[in-house]
Every structure is written in structure tokens, then in C-alpha cells.
Design a protein around this ligand. Structure first.
Ligand code: SF4
Length: 268
């Protein structure tokens, strides 16, 4: 009797690196994140920093016009006056728009189409405000508040899509518990889930799958750039995470919110 030896199997060797930081966290010093990695903040924090951002941008514009005025006058004597008028008009329109944004958010009214509000100039304001918040050490909280405002405005549009038209994008840093929860929800509503290890990859998945809407999960830093790049072209709801073990590892998320969004969007 011959004894059959089982066919040789390749051995899979996993090399686990301790943590692979996304470039948004390059400057992390390895210390625990404040508040256990929970950057929840009131929307008012974003609006205050946004007002400072707009004022700073207008001030910078005025300084440039002031400095260039003599040169502009050399080109055409009335040019400085015309540029001041244009800057004044731009300033008035921007503050008026900001007032409408406040009214839309706090008054729960849809005063402007989405392309003129949360999927339009708002995305630019969100990014600029993030830069202004950084020297004050408030970046993550301001971004969190900005994303909350964006989501609230986007949710009120009451959009629905088909099951196959919604995509869930998750990062590589979810904890096992969070990942299991996401997969259960996605399975329940028959929605495809993709792990996007980088923003570039997320954009590629969107280009190839052509969804009509996306529920994206990421930290505040990644979400701010992701929304800026994608939300103008495609409806997105962005779920931020808690980072109890520091960035890019073991991230937790609010599964109830994710289920509510998926359920609403697939119209169940
Ligand atoms: S989403 Fe996760 S992996 Fe990506 S930068 Fe944020 S914490 Fe790191």
C-alpha cells in the first residue's frame, strides 16, 4: 500500500508592520491623540473659523490691491478703482452666501441648490478653513465640525439610489469590530464595499464602478481632502471615525449612522 503525500502548499507569510501612517498624519509624534482620538465638535466652531477665513482672504486681497494700485494705475488710471469695486462686490457676495449657509444649516431650509452650497463653494471653504485652523492646533476639531455641517446639508436633500448604485468606501485602518459591523450592514442592504488604502485609489474605484452615490469612511483629515476632490462630482456622505489607538490603526465608527445613511439612500 502506498501512502499519498499531500501536495506541497505554499506558505503565506504575513509581515505585519506596526502601523502605516497615511501622509495626512506624517507629523504625528506617536503620543496618544487628544480626547482618545474623538474630535467631535459643535458646528459653531467651524462657522467661527470659516468667518475668520473669509475675513483673512478678503484682507489679503485688499492688501494685494493696495500694494499693486500704483502699478495698475500706470496701466490705466481707472484700473485701481475698478479692482477695488470688484473686490468689494466679491466680498459682499461671499458674506451674503455665508449668511445663506448659516440660515440653511440652522434654519433647516434648502435655500440654495446643492451645487451652490454643500457640493459647491462650501467644499473650498472647508479646505481653506482647515488651513487656517492648523496654526491654532484646532485642525481635527474644525474639520470634524465642517464635515458634520456638510453631512447635515447633504442628508436633507433626501436623495435615493438603487442598491447597485451605492458604494461604501472604507479605509484600511478600521478595527476588526468596526469592519465586521460595516460588512454586516453592507450585506444586509446588498451594497458593495471597497477598501481604499489611499485617496488616489478611492478615486480610481469611483471612476471604474461609476456609483451614483458614495458613503465614505475616513478620519477627518482624509475626509476633508476626499470630499474636496469627489463631492463636487458625486453625492457623498462622509462618516468620520474615532482613533483610540492613534491614527491609521484600530479605528472605530458609529455603525448606527452608517446604517441609517445606507438605508435612506437605498430607499428602504
Ligand atoms: S483614514 Fe485611517 S489610514 Fe487613512 S489617514 Fe486616516 S487614520 Fe490613516
Amino acid at each position: 500500500m502506498t501512502v499519498e503525500t499531500p501536495p506541497a502548499r505554499a506558505q503565506l507569510i504575513r509581515i505585519e508592520t506596526d502601523r502605516r501612517l497615511g501622509h495626512e498624519w506624517d507629523e504625528w509624534d506617536g503620543k496618544p491623540l487628544p480626547g482618545g482620538g474623538d474630535f467631535s465638535a459643535q458646528p459653531g466652531l467651524f462657522f467661527r473659523f470659516a468667518a475668520v477665513t473669509i475675513a483673512a482672504a478678503m484682507g489679503a486681497g485688499a492688501a494685494v490691491v493696495f500694494l499693486l494700485a500704483p502699478r495698475l494705475a500706470d496701466v490705466w488710471p481707472a484700473l485701481p478703482h475698478a479692482v477695488w469695486l470688484a473686490l468689494g462686490a466679491a466680498s459682499a457676495i461671499t458674506w451674503l452666501w455665508f449668511g445663506v449657509l448659516l440660515l440653511s444649516f440652522y434654519g433647516r431650509a434648502r435655500l440654495l441648490p446643492e451645487a451652490w452650497l454643500e457640493r459647491g463653494p462650501y467644499l473650498g471653504l472647508m479646505s481653506l478653513t482647515s488651513f487656517v485652523a492648523r496654526p491654532f492646533g484646532k485642525r481635527d476639531w474644525v474639520e470634524h465640525a465642517a464635515i458634520d455641517v456638510y453631512n447635515a446639508l447633504a442628508e436633507r436633500r433626501r436623495r435615493t439610489v438603487g442598491k447597485g448604485e451605492l458604494l461604501v468606501l472604507i479605509p484600511r485602518c478600521l478595527s476588526k469590530e468596526a469592519l465586521d459591523g460595516v460588512l454586516t450592514i453592507a450585506g444586509r442592504y446588498e451594497v458593495p464595499v471597497f477598501v481604499a488604502t489611499r485617496g488616489q485609489l478611492a478615486r480610481r474605484v469611483i471612476r471604474e464602478r461609476r456609483p451614483r452615490a458614495v458613503v465614505a469612511v475616513a478620519c477627518e483629515r482624509d475626509m476633508t481632502t476626499g470630499l474636496r476632490d469627489v463631492a463636487g462630482k458625486l453625492p457623498v456622505l462622509g462618516l468620520t471615525m474615532r482613533l483610540p489607538n492613534g491614527p491609521c490603526r484600530d479605528a472605530m465608527l458609529d455603525l448606527d449612522t452608517m446604517e441609517r445613511w445606507v438605508k435612506t439612500w437605498v430607499g428602504l
